[in-house]
Design a protein around this ligand. Structure first.
Ligand SMILES: *Cc1c(COP(=O)(O)O)cnc(C)c1O
Length: 473
């Protein structure tokens, strides 16, 4: 799915694009699959593209995504003022580069780095790139230590729960690291500390702990995982770092759960990533990764580029990248502050927990989580109900709501769940409207003889459910 296949030349897709411009111009045919020989007036081209995009889902009603679908007009204004700025041109846009550095330092402080002024970090296109960088730093650290000890670097592995987002499997695959995935077991639907340690050995570059599993919104027990690894280090001398994938939770926990220790307060946490475009509240295109100190990020991974003028250190997979998202992140930090973020995230949590409780009361649903960690919850359909989670997803879609249904990975493939992600802008009022539609759908679906749709009906592709084969790719 990440690769754009040529669309099949059947059905409505086989014809050229027949456009009847609203500007009283001559109707015209434009090739669908080849570059038109001549161009069009900008208004005509705009209208054709605009009209086709009307058929996309409504982003605000997309309860599948974690990514920002509403932001303040001032943020949009700043972003549109900076469409022309390339993040990599740090020498040409030194103020933009400085805002990036300030954001890194603010995050290092928020996540309790021992010395935020010397913590290293950078912006990325999202958590996926940030996780690749975090993984690469752990791999290189392990290689350096192994080489220094005269040991083989042939078989690195990384330990994580089977519920990891697909970016971690990509990391393992693209960078030749064996992915050691801890399966789910009974009610444990994410990584456990004992189970993680059991898979560690001298070739383990690190353990990934997720603050906010995409499957159900639950926090993994980061402190317990670190304590178990401390114990392992004491017993065996194996000193294995932890990377916290806080794509969502690293922008929730600091504001809503300030006493929860999941971050650099735990000495074993070497690096943390987050998605600026999730609960960082910026539109798609920005992530962050921060290392606790200089020893966590081998200097040899950092390139110094000088051909844009000036000397510039860079650690990134991309070169060119939009600057507006980083500018918008800094805007949000100023605009909201700690108290503003707390209010936004706590409101999301309040909406999530009350909606989850109301859904549980409808009767045929069982909550897997209740929205009290990430403002995200998952629920299953009673096995006795004459409808499936996939039927419910389809019924809600008729009312405009995009609520994904997906199956869980090994060894809980028996679970088919629905998941709701509450984001800024999804108010109590919208939640009540969703609840009304869900109640109506349940009434109608209850008259069915038997479930109509199975997992094959799901095209959900948010990187949760990868291991089930159906939902994540
Ligand atoms: C969303 C997510 C990712 C990937 O983040 P992007 O910003 O979409 O690249 C990685 N890990 C977790 C836990 C996520 O929720």
């Amino acid at each position: 799915m990440p690769i754009a296949h040529p669309p099949s030349e059947t059905g409505g897709q086989s014809r050229d694009v027949t456009a009847n411009p609203i500007f009283a111009r001559e109707p015209l045919d434009i090739p669908r699959f080849a570059l038109p020989a001549a161009g069009l007036d900008p208004e005509t081209a705009y209208q054709i593209v605009h009209d086709e995009l009307m058929l996309d889902g409504n982003a605000r009603l997309n309860l599948a995504t974690f990514v920002t679908t509403w932001a303040e007009p001032s943020l949009e204004r700043l972003m549109s003022e900076s469409f022309d700025k390339n993040m990599i041109d740090k020498d040409e846009y030194p103020r933009t580069a400085d805002l990036e550095a300030r954001c890194v330092r603010m995050l290092a402080d928020l996540w309790h780095a021992p010395d935020p002024a010397t913590a290293l970090g950078c912006s990325t296109t999202g958590s996926s790139e940030a996780c690749m960088l975090g993984g690469l730093a752990m791999k290189r650290r392990w290689q350096l230590a192994r080489r220094a000890a005269g040991k083989s670097i042939a078989q690195p592995n990384i330990v994580m729960g089977i519920n990891v987002q697909i970016c971690w499997e990509k990391f393992a695959n693209y960078f030749d690291v064996e992915a050691r995935l801890v399966p789910m077991e009974g009610d444990r639907l994410h990584l456990g500390a004992a189970e993680a340690v059991e898979l560690c050995d001298e070739n383990t570059i690190g353990v990934v702990a997720i603050l906010g599993s995409t499957f159900d919104g639950s926090y993994e027990p980061v402190a317990e995982i670190c304590a178990a690894l401390d114990d392992l280090a004491e017993r065996t001398g194996l000193d294995i770092p932890v990377h916290v994938d806080g794509a969502s939770g690293a922008m929730i926990a600091p504001f809503c759960d300030p006493t929860l220790e999941w971050d650099f307060r735990l000495p074993r946490v070497a690096s943390i990533n987050t998605s600026g475009h999730k609960y960082g509240l910026v539109y798609p295109g920005v992530g962050w990764v921060v290392w606790r100190d200089r020893t966590a990020l081998p200097a040899e991974l950092v390139f110094t580029v000088n051909y844009l003028g000036g000397q510039m250190p860079t650690f990134a997979l991309n070169f060119s990248r939009p600057g507006g998202q980083v500018i918008a992140q800094y805007f949000n930090f100023l605009r909201l502050g700690v108290d503003g973020y707390r209010r936004v995230q706590q409101t999301c949590r309040d909406v999530a927990t009350s909606l989850a409780a109301a859904i549980a009361e409808l009767g045929p649903f069982r909550l897997l989580t209740d929205g009290s960690q990430l403002p995200v919850f998952a629920f299953t359909v009673d096995p006795d109900a004459p409808f499936s989670a996939f039927d419910v997803s389809a019924a809600l879609r008729e009312a405009g709501w995009l609520v994904p249904a997906y199956t869980f990975p090994a060894k809980r493939e028996d679970i088919a769940a629905l998941r709701i992600v509450v984001r800024n802008g999804f108010s109590h009022d919208l939640a009540n409207l969703l609840l009304d539609d869900l109640r109506r759908a349940v009434g109608r679906l209850s008259t069915q003889q038997a479930p109509q749709r199975g997992a094959e009906a799901s095209s959900f592709a948010h990187g949760a459910g990868r291991a089930s084969g159906s939902a994540g790719r």
